[in-house]
Design a protein around this ligand. Structure first.
Ligand code: PMP
Length: 284
C-alpha cells in the first residue's frame, strides 16, 4: 500500500481524507502538477514548481508552500514508496470553507495532497507502435494555460476516443489544433520543420514541450511556433505529442487516416530518445 501526503501528514492511502468542504472538491478550485520520476529522481522539478506558482498567481491563490518544503515532500514520498520510475502528483487547493462563490474573505490554510504513481516511462508501447488519435472541438474554458483540476472535458473526450478504438484525442479550435487531452501537439512537415502552437492562453505551457523544443534546436531542426490546421495535420510527414508522463509519443493515424506512412516517425523517435537521456541529466 502506498504512503500519501495529505495536509501535513504522511498516511497509508486508505486512511487519507480530505474535507467535503474543500474548494478543490466543490469548485474545482485547485491547481496541480505531475512530475516524472526516473531512477528515483525528479525530472525538471523547478520548472514544474515555476508553473505551479504561475497557475496560483493567475487564480489569485495567495497562500501556498515553500518550494523547499514541497521538494522535501516529493523526495520523502519517492523514498517511502521506493519509487524508481513513475510520477508524483501534487494538488494544491484554496482550502476548505462553507460553500461560497466569493472567496475574497477566505482565510484558511490551502489544501495540499501529494501521491506517487508507479509507471513505466522509458518503455512505453505507445512509443513503439504510435498513437491513433481522433479530433474533437476544443470546448474547454478559455484559460487552458492554467493547470487547474477542471479536467472533465478532456477526460470525457479521451474516454470517447478510447471507446472508438483510438488512444487519445486532439482538440481543435477554429479548424486548428490546440493540444491533446493531456499533452502538447506537434507536426513535422515534409521539409522536416516541427510546428507546434505558440504559447498563449489556449494551451498548457508544457514542461516537456520546452525541453523537447530545446533538444530539437540542438539537433538543428527548424521549429516554428504557430497553430497548424487539421489539413496540415492530415498532410504531415509525422506527428507527435509530449507530456511529463508520456515523454514524446508518435502519432500514426488521425481519424482513421495514416499520417505519413502510418509508422512512428524518425524525428519523433529521435526526439524521444534524446529526451530520455536529457531528462535523466536534469533530474534531482
Ligand atoms: N497539455 C495539457 C492539457 C496537459 O494536461 C499536459 C500534461 N499535464 C500537457 C499539455 C503537457 O504538459 P507537461 O509536458 O508539463 O506534462
Amino acid at each position: 500500500m502506498r504512503t500519501v501526503f495529505v495536509n501535513g501528514v504522511y498516511l497509508p492511502e486508505d486512511q487519507a481524507q480530505i474535507s467535503i468542504f474543500d474548494r478543490g472538491f466543490l469548485f474545482g478550485d485547485a491547481v496541480y502538477e505531475v512530475t516524472a520520476v526516473m531512477n528515483g529522481k525528479l525530472v525538471d522539478f523547478d520548472a514544474h514548481m515555476d508553473r505551479l506558482a504561475r497557475s496560483m498567481a493567475e487564480l489569485d491563490m495567495v497562500r501556498g508552500y515553500e518550494r523547499s518544503a514541497l521538494l522535501t515532500i516529493h523526495k520523502n514520498l519517492i523514498k517511502r514508496n521506493n519509487l524508481q520510475e513513475g510520477l508524483v502528483y501534487l494538488q494544491l487547493t484554496r482550502g476548505a470553507a462553507d460553500r461560497d462563490f466569493d472567496f475574497s474573505d477566505l482565510d484558511v490554510a490551502p489544501g495540499l495532497v501529494l501521491f506517487t504513481q508507479a509507471k513505466s516511462l522509458e518503455v512505453n508501447p505507445l512509443a513503439a507502435r504510435g498513437q491513433k488519435i481522433v479530433l474533437a472541438d476544443d470546448l474547454r474554458w478559455g484559460r487552458s494555460d492554467i493547470k487547474t483540476v477542471q479536467l472533465l472535458y478532456a477526460s470525457l473526450m479521451k474516454t470517447r476516443a478510447k471507446r472508438q478504438g483510438a488512444d487519445d484525442v486532439w482538440l481543435c479550435r477554429d479548424g486548428k489544433i490546440t493540444e491533446g487531452s493531456s499533452n502538447n501537439a506537434y507536426i513535422v512537415t515534409r521539409h522536416n520543420e516541427i510546428i507546434t502552437r505558440a504559447l498563449s492562453t489556449d494551451i498548457l505551457h508544457g514542461i516537456t514541450r520546452a525541453a523537447v523544443l530545446k533538444i530539437a534546436e540542438l539537433h538543428q531542426l527548424k521549429v516554428i511556433e504557430r497553430a497548424f490546421s487539421v489539413d496540415e495535420l492530415k498532410d504531415a510527414k509525422e506527428a507527435f505529442s509530449t507530456s511529463a508522463s508520456g515523454f514524446v509519443n508518435p502519432v500514426v493515424t488521425v481519424d482513421g487516416a495514416d499520417i505519413g506512412d502510418g509508422q512512428p516517425g524518425q524525428i519523433a523517435s529521435a526526439l524521444r530518445s534524446s529526451y530520455v537521456s536529457a531528462s535523466q541529466a536534469a533530474a534531482c
